[in-house]
Design a protein around this ligand. Structure first.
Ligand code: ZN
Length: 203
């Protein structure tokens, strides 16, 4: 862009790579950082680096955890029901369900959903880890809480077939969530109803 000095252009370009950030917003953020104190800019830079250096994946549920904390706090919490696993696509979905206070079991984070169009098969998700939890025994119920869209439904169907031989009950959260929407954007009441209304997955 004409009239832009290189350091400014560089930050605009980096902000533009973020999801949901267009050029206008990237420019606004860049000039905000420019006006901010050096300390604030340093804190932002340190937080960006820190998320890569200090975040790891829980070896049990595959959710994100602080580096060195494995299993994660949720998996290590003895007050959580260990016989119930709620399967979600993303770490943000765990936060959404936790916010409702409706679920007291454990989680499993897939880090995506099956999407043939994008070339994402089950082997690209954390399905192997889920299967080994299921086959280890002691699991009464696996709740499939993948998103209510095409990919989420395909993932739920695949997992139901995979898990049925190993666990007593495989259930799917009820419809009623906005179709095509993401779990993380659902309001608490809708999410609670969806969890309470879960049903065994039909063969
Ligand atoms: Zn965990």
């Amino acid at each position: 862009m004409a009239g832009l000095i290189a350091p400014v252009a560089r930050l605009i370009e980096e902000f533009s790579k973020l999801p949901g950030i267009g050029t206008k917003t990237a420019q606004r953020l860049t000039y905000h950082v420019l006006r901010a104190s050096t300390d604030d800019a340093r804190a932002l830079a340190a937080a960006l680096i820190g998320i890569k250096e200090n975040v790891a994946y829980c070896s049990v549920c595959c959710n994100i955890t602080e580096a060195g904390v494995d299993p994660c706090d949720l998996c290590a919490d003895p007050r959580r029901e260990s016989g119930r696993i709620c399967v979600v696509e993303e770490p943000l979905d765990v936060l959404a369900i936790e916010r409702t206070g409706e679920f007291r079991g454990r989680y499993h984070v897939l880090h995506g959903a099956i999407s043939p169009i994008d070339g994402i098969g089950p082997e690209r998700l954390r399905t192997r880890e889920l299967l080994s939890r299921a086959t280890a025994g002691g699991i009464e119920e696996v709740i499939l809480a993948t998103n209510p869209n095409l990919e989420g439904e395909a993932t739920a169907m695949y997992l139901a077939d995979l898990l049925r031989p190993h666990v007593a009950s495989v259930t799917r959260i009820a419809r009623g969530l906005p179709v095509g929407g993401d779990l993380e954007y659902a309001d608490d009441v809708t999410l609670i109803r969806s969890l309470q209304g879960r049903r065994a997955v039909e063969r």
